[in-house]
Design a protein around this ligand. Structure first.
Ligand code: MV4
Length: 494
């Protein structure tokens, strides 16, 4: 591989190009008119304008991206996450153009993209499935009868679903018919496909996923789990590795089940298998994400593996550079997603100019972002500003390090989810490890957030002046520093 095009933008485009650069591979960026001055465009060796800002006129133009790749002599394409990353047609067309695709083959993408096909593919591979159907059902009385057999509560899901769309919990047989009709019409309008199926509803599960990597020679290795239970309306907020609750035995069993999922679809490249884990310690396969995920850095930090480097080597036809028994968990890693959203106002996007943007630094901190101070957060795309990732010796230290890093982060001009992340990291339920996918619903009210950031930049400026003076005048260095530390915490802008 000598020239890699990244069919994406922002932090993930930069993340991929950094590893390519280390490997001596030239990089090509693509961009929309909204991203002319973006960091990923400046970082790349070459850049191609795709079109106007909306994704369907730029980052989703599969044919144009392939044409430009051929014109520029690109020999590999990385799709990142989102956009074309889980588009089976894109994987097929890239390969047919004679370009390496840094992701799975089209069949693996389409099988795992359909929740029922996925269940059917894995059922003979010793993968635990939630009790229920692995076929679509249309006949309401027949579905109702099956629901009785499964036992209430049940969950009606859309086959084409994902992200929780079209899901309906039913607690009682008297509600079944109405809920099924609602699920079918929701699925029809959201996906153009009204197929639904019925499963036992697992109440208050944890969301635990396994990172996988598979080469073209049949080697599949897992990189342990990530716990992603802290999420808000199916948007992840905090991710960590390892999970605070898995025993070594369950970790091994879940890892093996995930490897079997990959084998069931001839998987190739980096992927993630999602499980739900219930209060009794049982776990069930939910779905497979056939891409490099947002939260991959926590797995990189605890294993020491560069997942993008492995993706590139795999596409080149090499065997994985390690075996399962070579991998160990080193310490603990936590990621928080920093969104330009207002956690006090129901997380509405707060798009604007990053007037102040200073990253935290120091031991064990990684910030994956795609913006600089003075830039605007574009309105056309996901409002994620950055991923803040820490690594430390154990979970306790990682949580303390994350709070320190959040307190060092200085962002002004847009409201961010950092105060909400801090709230989570300080919460007793999170700290004790006793939480599930209902954490936010159960524990969060906007008024619980610290008001520390309300004073704004003026106070920060005044404080800076005071701090300087105080240091000059103070005879007792240590007293001055500790009072400064507290004042700083109380008044800093976020
Ligand atoms: C479930 C479930 C409980 N029982 N299936 C949510 C999105 C889709 N990927 C599957 N999801 C769930 N499926 C059964 N049988 C609970 C969820 C679920 C969930 C799963 C993972 C992470 C967060 C979640 C939040 C709400 C519900």
């Amino acid at each position: 591989m000598s020239k890699l095009l990244v069919a994406n933008r922002g932090e993930i485009a930069l993340r991929v190009m950094r590893t390519a650069k280390e490997m001596g591979i030239k990089t090509v960026a693509v961009y929309s008119e909204a991203d002319r001055n973006a960091l990923h465009v400046r970082y790349a060796d070459e850049a191609v304008l795709l079109g106007p800002p909306p994704s369907n006129q730029s980052y989703l133009l599969a044919d144009k991206i392939i044409e430009e790749s051929l014109r520029l002599g690109v020999d590999a394409i990385h799709p990142g996450y989102g956009f074309l990353s889980e588009n089976a047609e894109f994987s097929r067309k890239v390969r047919e153009a004679g370009i390496l695709f840094l992701g799975p083959k089209p069949d693996a993408i389409s099988t795992m993209g359909d929740k029922l096909m996925a269940k059917q593919a894995v059922k003979s591979y010793d993968v635990p499935l939630v009790p229920g159907l692995d076929e679509a059902i249309e006949d309401v009385p027949a579905a109702k009868k099956l629901a009785e057999e499964i036992g209430y509560p049940v969950l009606i899901k859309a086959a084409a679903g994902g992200g929780g769309k079209g899901m309906r919990i039913v607690h009682d047989t008297k509600d079944f018919e109405e809920q099924m009709q609602l699920a079918v019409s929701e699925a029809t309008s959201a996906f153009g496909d009204g197929s639904v199926f019925v499963e036992k509803y697992v109440d208050s599960p944890r969301h635990i996923e396994i990172q996988l990597i598979a080469d073209q020679h049949g080697n599949v290795v897992h990189l342990f789990e990530r716990e992603c239970s802290v999420q808000r309306r199916h948007q992840k907020v905090v991710e960590e590795a390892p999970s605070a609750v898995l025993t070594p035995e369950t970790r091994k069993a879940m890892g093996e089940a995930a490897v079997n999922v990959a084998k069931a679809c001839n998987y190739e490249g980096a992927g993630t298998v999602e499980f739900i884990y219930d209060a009794s310690g049982a776990f069930y396969f939910l779905e497979m994400n056939t891409r490099l995920q947002v939260e991959h850095p926590v797995s990189e930090l605890i294993t020491g593996v560069d997942l993008v480097r492995e993706q590139i080597r795999i596409a080149e036809g090499h065997e994985l550079s390690f075996k399962q028994e070579d991998l160990q968990i080193h310490g603990h890693s936590i990621e928080v997603r920093v969104y330009a959203e207002d956690p006090r106002e129901n997380f509405v996007p707060d798009i604007g100019n990053l007037k102040v943007y200073q990253r935290p630094q120091g031991p064990g901190i990684r910030v994956d972002d795609g913006l600089e101070e003075g830039m605007d957060v574009p309105i056309y795309y996901d409002p994620m500003i950055a991923k803040l990732i820490v690594h430390a010796g154990d979970r306790e230290q990682a949580m303390d390090r994350m709070i320190r890093a959040i307190d060092e982060y200085r962002i002004a001009g847009v409201k961010t989810t950092l105060p909400f992340c801090r709230f989570t990291l300080e919460h007793e339920a999170f700290r004790s490890g006793n939480f599930d996918t209902h954490f936010v619903q159960k524990h969060y009210e906007p008024q619980m957030l610290d008001r520390r950031d309300e004073s704004g930049e003026k106070v920060a400026a005044l404080l800076g002046a005071w701090l300087l003076q105080n240091q000059k005048e103070s005879t007792s260095q240590s007293t001055a520093q500790s009072s400064v530390g507290n004042a700083w915490k109380r008044n800093r802008t976020m």
